[in-house]
Write a protein of this length. Structure first.
Length: 256
């Protein structure tokens, strides 16, 4: 099974100013593809933090794919592309094709009254500089280009996406999803029990041992618990069937 990680690069998330939703959305997209979301982390916009985090995702976490979210904009605090370049030991370069793409975006934006000039300023040109050797990902909504970088021992393919959710989603669908190698869909099977959690410690432990390929979890809710098994459809359903049999007396609310 292919493994993917998400690195969110955003001071605004760490500061509690923005609720991060891109990783949650991505998890919902890759699960039916049979790609496991294996790691989600958030780091600051400080360049050394970005470099260290990107290196770890590429070289230490045994991931097939990495998606970064945020830090691609035109201002000095947007340092993701510089951090990725430093992490893989490549300079930032602006190809003629990237500059031409930005000039066209700027021309159209100026006609619409969005940009002051029809020529890109230094902030816009900053977004045309990608790690040398990377492939550019177009952005049909905004002005931040994405980059596809391959590095690490596996090797791992890294995609840089904007943090703005609608741009993140559009670029994932356009440029990331087609490059992910799909496998057997990951399935979750659930069971509601009207009981307190600790009663099922031994049963859950036995099932966890019997189904090492299935992720088993118990989640308390008001007056009940949710048992969830995640793996292949057949194995997840088989585990829940055993749990249902063991907990037959707790499948309906108990009379008060």
């Amino acid at each position: 099974m292919k493994r993917i990680g998400v690195l969110v690069i955003a001071d605004e998330v760490l500061g509690g100013h923005v609720h991060e939703s891109n990783s949650h959305w991505l998890a919902q997209q890759v699960k039916p593809m049979g790609v496991k979301l294996a790691r989600v982390e958030t780091c600051s916009d400080d360049l050394p933090d970005i470099v260290a985090s990107v290196r770890r995702f590429l070289f230490d976490l045994d991931l097939d794919y990495v998606v970064t979210s945020g830090g691609l904009g035109p201002t000095p605090d947007d340092r993701t592309m510089e951090g990725v370049a430093k992490a893989v030991g490549a300079p930032l370069v602006a190809t003629a094709a990237n500059v031409a793409w930005m000039r066209e975006r700027c021309r159209v934006g100026h006609q619409l009254g969005y940009f002051q000039s029809s020529e890109p300023n230094e902030g816009l040109l900053k977004m045309t500089r990608l790690p040398e050797g990377s492939d550019a990902m177009p952005n049909d909504i905004g002005t931040a280009l994405g980059a596809i970088v391959t590095a690490g021992p596996r090797p791992t393919v890294l995609f840089t996406l904007p943090g703005v959710p609608h741009e993140f989603m559009k670029m994932f669908e356009q440029s990331v999803r087609p490059r992910l190698k799909a496998g057997t869909p990951i399935h979750s099977e659930e069971l509601i029990l009207y009981s307190e959690e600790s009663r099922w410690f031994e049963t859950l432990g036995r099932l966890e041992t019997a189904y090492p390929d299935v992720v088993l979890g118990s989640y308390p809710e008001r007056g009940r618990i949710l048992i969830r098994a995640t793996g292949t459809e057949a194995r997840a359903k088989a585990l829940i069937a055993e749990m249902r049999a063991a907990a037959a007396a707790y499948l309906t609310p108990r009379p008060r």
